[in-house]
Every structure is written in C-alpha cells, then in structure tokens.
Design a protein around this ligand. Sequence first.
Ligand code: GZL
Length: 324
Amino acid sequence: MHFTRRTILGAAVAAACVAVTTAAAPAYAQKPLVIGFSQVGAESEWRTANTASVKDAAKKAGVTLKFADAQQRQENQVKAIRSFIAQRVDIIAFSPVVESGWDTVLREAKAAKIPVILTDRSVNVSDPTLFVSLIGSDFVEEGRKAGRWLVEYAKKSPAATLNIVELQGTVGSAPAIDRKAGFEEIIKGNPKLKVVRTQTGDFTRAKGKEVMEAFLKAQGKSINVLYAHNDDMAIGAIQAIEEAGLKPGKDIIIISIDGVKGAFEAMIAGKLNVTVECSPLLGPQLMEAAAAVKAGKAIPKRIVVNEGVFPAEVAAKEFPNRKY
Ligand code: GZL
C-alpha cells in the first residue's frame, strides 16, 4: 500500500485519537461496579455469615450491591434476576436455591449481555455459557469427609452395626444432592454402617428438630448415628434427642457440615462429635471475580474454596479462630 503524507498524518491523528480515548479514565471518573445479588434466604447461621461476607466485601470494594433475599423460594430468585436485568446491572450473582429451572432466566441475562457469576451452589443448565463461574465448596468432598470420619469411628466401636439416620438439606439443592452422594460413596459396602432413615430438614434448626423427633419416635433407641447436611439441622436435632431423654454426642453420635460457631459450642458441650467445614466467606472472591469479568478478563469456570474437618477434640482450641 502506497503511504502519502496525508495517509501517514491521518494515521498519526487517528492513532492519537485512539491513544486519548484508550487512556485509562481517572479513578474518580469510573462508575462503581453494580452487582445484583440474589441470596437464597436466611435459613441458617451459614447463610447469615455468607450474606454478611458478600455485603462487607462489596462495601470494601466500593461496589454498589443490589441485594435480594429470596426466602428460599426459586420464583423470588427468578423475579430478582429479571429485575436486575431491567436495571441493567453490570454483573448478576446468585446462590441458586435448587439446581434446576434456571435456563430461561439465564438465557434472558445472556441476551441482555449481563454476565452471571454463581456463588455457593451450582445449577443444572443445558448451556454452560449461561454462567461465567461458580465460586464455592466441593459438596461431594464434604460428604466424603463426613463418611471418612464415620468409617474411622466405626473401626473403634464395639457395636456390630451402627444405624444411621440422615437429615438432608433442601430438596433439589446442590449441597443436599452432593453431600448425600459423597457420604454414600464412602460408607457403601461397609457391613457395619447402615442408613435406616433419611429425610429433608431443609437446612433449618426447626425442621431438623421436627424430623429428628419423628426419627426417634419410629426408631427409638436403635439410632446410633445422625448425619446432618448442616450444623443448624444438627443443633435442632440435639434438642429433640435431649427431650427424648438421650445424650447427643454419646447415645447418638452426630456428624454435621458447615463449621459455624454454634457447632463449635455444641462440640465443646460434648453434644456434637465432628463438623466438616464449608466456608460462607465467599464475598471477597466474588468481588474479585466480578471486577475481573467487568474488565474483560477471563476467570476460572470453577473457583473451589479449601476447607478442613473439625472433630470435638480440637473444638475448644479452634473456637477463638472461627470467623463465622
Ligand atoms: C452450603 C450452603 C448450605 C449450608 C447451609 O454451601 O449452600 O446452605 O450448608 C445453608 O447451612 O443453608
């Protein structure tokens, strides 16, 4: 191509324009990031800590957070997401109360070119591009950790059989499905371990207590172990066990998941035997991921949170370190 002075000059001016327009806008001129966040509800100590983490991180990051509490109802989350689309937020983030039923509303977000980041729980969708990333725990592994602790406990128990009752989380939710699968994977084939009853307690203390009362009525003193998908249901069950005149943590061994302060207090009181950690402190990672997505940067499809297992023996020592 033949370059005349005009072409070169034109190119130089064009380059200068490009240079000016691409210079980073001064910080004060940048609009704060706006995130629409739909939260499951306020069903447990874990959820309360998760909400606090998201709100606190948004404040620290200077993010404008539009927060909606769905009271554990999927239709409220769908409504909230549609409202975020109408408000043209920069990013939509949410913890899906259940795994299925999200394709339509997430396709609407995609059509509106609003990226979606999942926190805590996952979704089952036909098109994986309907969300950018999932930030949260590996619930199957949490179930495996609970199963491994019980297998080790069973090795030292003189009982020929340990009858297990299971309090499942919210029906259809990723943590309930996966924690059940992980636990079963580890205990299957163990002749000593038998799940005799399993039912949802919807992750709440009240329902956990109610279902445990029904288990005790049906199974009485033949229950040896309770596996609860979260600490709140375990704490509710502890009340039912005591009201039935039995000793939680001794007559009935209790295994639960989350690692909230209430679980540490129950372990220190000798009423809970182990809790598998599931960190709710996802706020900072969410803000980091949202800023990266807004800046057009690629982020991992799956951001896993690393967690531990806390048996009663370490509860008193660990308790002062607990942040939720
Ligand atoms: C797990 C989270 C679960 C907690 C429960 O990441 O989705 O929901 O285990 C909470 O306490 O209700």
